[in-house]
Write a protein that binds this ligand. Structure first.
Ligand code: MRU
Length: 343
C-alpha cells in the first residue's frame, strides 16, 4: 500500500499520519499547500523521498484553487517557498519541488496546474520503481539466516512505497530468505521503535527492537551480519548525512568488520556538495528530547535544556558499499558516484 497518494477528484492528497503509528492507522486528507507544509513540519509525513513527493503534490494543490493562469503562477510560487521552508535543510525536498516545476513546463500554459499533478505523480511512481530495483540489487548482499541491523525508518512510510534499506530487507524476505532484524529505536523521535517495527510486523519479518546504545554491543558480539541504512544526502566524496546515530553505528560496524551498506536512489547523491562538512544539519526543537515520558512521568528535570541535531555525517571510509537502483557501488566513491550521476 502507498503511504502518500493523490486523488484528482477533490483534489486531495492522502497520507498516513506517521505521528499516530503504531497506536492508530490514520489517513490525513489534505486540500491545501499550507496543510501539506504543516504535515511535513510536524512530521506527519517524514523520510526524504516521502516529504519530496508530498511537497510536489502540494504544488498541484496550490494550482487547484487559482482563478486564472496568472493566479496559478503566483499561488504555486508562494506554495513552493512555503514547502521548501517546512524542513529547510532537506535536500530531497528542494530537489522534488524544483524537479516538479521543471517537468511541468510552461508556466503560462492553461494546463500548468494539471501538468504539476502529472509531474508529481510521475515522481511518486518513479520512487516506487527505483525502490524495487534497489531491493533486488541489495538483496544479493544478504544470505538466508542473516541478522541485519537497521537505523531509523527507511520503509514504505519514508518513501512512497516499499522503501530503501527496508526495501532491501523486504525483497530478501520475499525471496524466501529468513532474516532477523535488529531495530534501533532511533531516539529522540523513535522512528525505529514505532515505524520500522510496525512495518516489519506488517510483513511478518522477524525482528527485535534494541536501544540505540545496544547496537555497539551486538556488533561486537558477532551477532550482526550487515548494517543497512538509508541517507538524506550523499556528498560527491561518499560522505553520508543520515538520521542522528548513524555515525556511531558505522563506527562500531567498521571496528568489528561488519559490512555497512547505505541504500540510496542516485537522486540522493548531490554532486554539488563536495563532502559531509558542506551538508547543513537540521537542528530540531529540543522539546523532542525533553518530552520523553517514562512510566507516566517526564524523564528530564524541568530545568534541563537539550540539544537536538537531527542528522549526522558518516565519513565515506566507513561505508562498505552503496546500493542504488543502478547497482552496487564500491570505493573509490568519488569516481563511482560521479559516474552514476552523469549517466
Ligand atoms: O527525520 P526523518 O525521520 O525524516 O529522517 C529520515 C531518515 O533519516 C531516513 O533514514 C532517510 O530519509 C532516508 S530513507 C528513505
Amino acid at each position: 500500500m502507498r503511504t502518500v497518494w493523490w486523488d484528482p477528484a477533490g483534489p486531495t492528497l492522502h497520507m498516513i499520519d506517521q505521528r499516530q503509528l503504531p497506536a492508530q492507522l490514520t489517513v490525513l486528507a489534505l486540500h491545501t499547500p499550507e496543510a501539506v507544509a504543516d504535515a511535513i513540519r510536524s512530521m506527519a509525513v517524514r523520510g526524504a523521498p516521502a516529504i519530496g513527493v508530498a511537497a510536489a503534490f502540494g504544488l498541484a494543490l496550490a494550482a487547484a484553487f487559482a482563478s486564472d493562469p496568472q493566479d496559478v503562477v503566483v499561488r504555486v510560487d508562494q506554495a513552493a517557498e512555503l514547502l521548501r521552508l517546512a524542513r529547510p535543510k532537506a535536500a530531497n525536498l528542494r530537489w522534488a519541488i524544483d524537479e516538479t516545476l521543471r517537468r511541468a513546463g510552461d508556466r503560462g500554459s492553461e494546463t500548468f496546474g494539471l501538468s504539476l499533478a502529472v509531474a508529481a505523480q510521475a515522481l511518486a511512481d518513479e520512487d516506487v520503481a527505483i525502490n524495487r530495483q534497489m531491493g533486488l540489487h541489495g538483496a544479493d548482499l544478504l544470505k538466508d539466516g542473516d541478522t541485519v541491523l537497521h537505523h531509523c525508518n527507511t520503509g514504505a512510510l519514508a518513501t512512497v512505497d516499499y522503501g530503501t534499506a527496508l526495501g532491501v530487507i523486504r525483497t530478501a524476505h520475499e525471496q524466501g530468505k529468513h532474516l532477523h532484524v535488529l531495530v534501533d529505536e532511533t531516539r529522540p523521535r523513535l522512528q525505529g521503535a514505532r515505524l520500522t517495527a510496525w512495518e516489519l510486523d506488517q510483513h511478518g519479518i522477524d525482528h527485535a527492537i534494541i536501544a540505540d546504545s545496544a547496537a555497539g554491543r551486538m556488533l561486537q558480539q558477532g551477532e550482526v551480519n550487515a548494517v543497512l541504512v538509508g541517507a538524506d544526502r550523499v556528498a560527491a566524496n561518499g560522505d553520508v548525512a543520515n538520521k542522528i546515530g548513524t555515525y556511531m553505528v558505522a563506527l562500531a560496524a567498521h571496528d568489528n568488520r561488519v559490512p555497512f551498506y547505505c541504500v540510496v536512489p542516485t537522486s540522493t547523491v548531490d554532486p554539488s556538495t563536495p563532502d559531509g562538512a558542506a551538508i547543513p544539519i537540521e537542528e530540531r526543537d529540543p522539546q523532542e528530547v525533553l518530552d520523553l515520558i517514562h512510566q507516566g512521568q517526564q524523564v528530564a528535570p524541568e530545568g534541563s535544556r537539550a540539544l537536538n541535531p537531527a542528522f549526522d555525517i558518516t565519513p565515506a571510509r566507513l561505508v562498505t558499499a552503496f546500493v542504488t537502483e543502478v547497482g552496487i557501488l564500491r570505493p573509490p566513491y568519488p569516481e563511482a558516484l560521479a559516474k552514476v550521476r552523469s549517466s
